[in-house]
Design a protein around this ligand. Structure first.
Ligand SMILES: C[S@@+](CC[C@H](N)C(=O)[O-])C[C@H]1O[C@@H](n2cnc3c(N)ncnc32)[C@H](O)[C@@H]1O
Length: 258
């Protein structure tokens, strides 16, 4: 679970990777991480995951199976440089309208350029906003997706309630996130890769290891599959299930607003 404690000053504390920070501090620190990595984000994703993130994203969008009817509306929260939104548009036969929402303008700027290069800008809208306070009316979207984003959000319960609010009845929630590895040998290899190799790749390729330490630490602090499913249910979603990818290194959670 996302444990919270009280600071000496009486405010709430939350996890920023392995550090405890004041609740109000976390978002600023997260924004700094993604502003620092934005330009190298896509390259680093390939290097850090050995390309696996592409397969996990393909699998989540295949599970979503976006409608090919014109007017299908999806919201991709923490959408960053656009990977999920591009896949939804392609899987819908270029019918879907996808809103890419992210709190970080640098990540969105990279996403916008990539969308133009792919000729997808007609299907996409980019919105700079917070997952905890979505600037949309109730029941606006057929689908809500969030990939590798929710563990960065300071108040996960608030983001989940917002997801529920903006989905139409019958709408689908899908979240892709790093999760709990269920095989001890794989877990040991994964731990060594995460803590020994990834920060070094960050230093070599992006000239900075600190953001990558946060990214791997934050993965370890995120609730496991079971506990995260319980949080999704508490937000009001029904038929909550998940699929593990690569032995649980990543997992996609699905829920429905009924
Ligand atoms: C690891 S990236 C994931 C990007 C993309 N979804 C992907 O899978 O490649 C995490 C993203 O979450 C965004 N983010 C962090 N906190 C957020 C918040 N409160 N609201 C919206 N986006 C947020 C960051 O700016 C960053 O772009």
């Amino acid at each position: 679970m996302t444990a919270q404690r009280t600071t000496a000053a009486g405010g709430m504390e939350t996890a920023f990777g392995f550090r405890k920070v004041g609740e109000g501090e976390k978002q600023g620190l997260v924004n700094d991480v993604f502003s620092r990595v934005a330009e190298r984000y896509d390259l680093m994703n390939d290097l850090m995951s050995g390309g696996l993130h592409r397969l996990w994203k393909d699998a989540m969008v295949a599970w979503l199976a976006p409608s090919r009817r014109p007017g299908f509306k999806a919201l991709d929260v923490a959408g960053g440089t656009g990977d999920i939104a591009f896949r939804i548009v392609e899987a819908s036969g270029y019918q879907a309208q996808v809103t890419v929402l992210d709190i970080n303008g640098s990540m969105l700027a990279v996403g916008r350029e990539r969308a133009i290069r792919r000729g997808l800008e007609g299907n996409l809208t980019f919105v700079e906003a917070n997952a905890e306070d979505l600037p949309f009316p109730d029941s606006s979207f057929d689908a809500y997706t969030i990939a590798f984003g929710i563990r960065n959000v300071p108040h996960i319960d608030t983001a989940l309630s917002e997801a529920f609010r903006v989905l139409r009845p019958g709408g689908r929630f899908l979240c892709l996130e790093f999760s709990d590895v269920d095989m001890p040998i794989l877990d040991r290899i994964y731990e060594a890769w995460s803590f020994q190799v990834i920060p070094r790749i960050g230093k070599m390729v992006a000239g900075d290891d600190e953001p990558y330490r946060y990214l791997v630490e934050s993965i370890r602090k995120f609730p496991n599959q079971e506990n995260f499913a319980a949080m999704i249910r508490r937000a009001g979603f029904a038929r909550v299930t998940w699929r593990d990818y690569s032995g649980g290194i990543a997992a996609a959670h699905s829920g429905w607003k009924i």
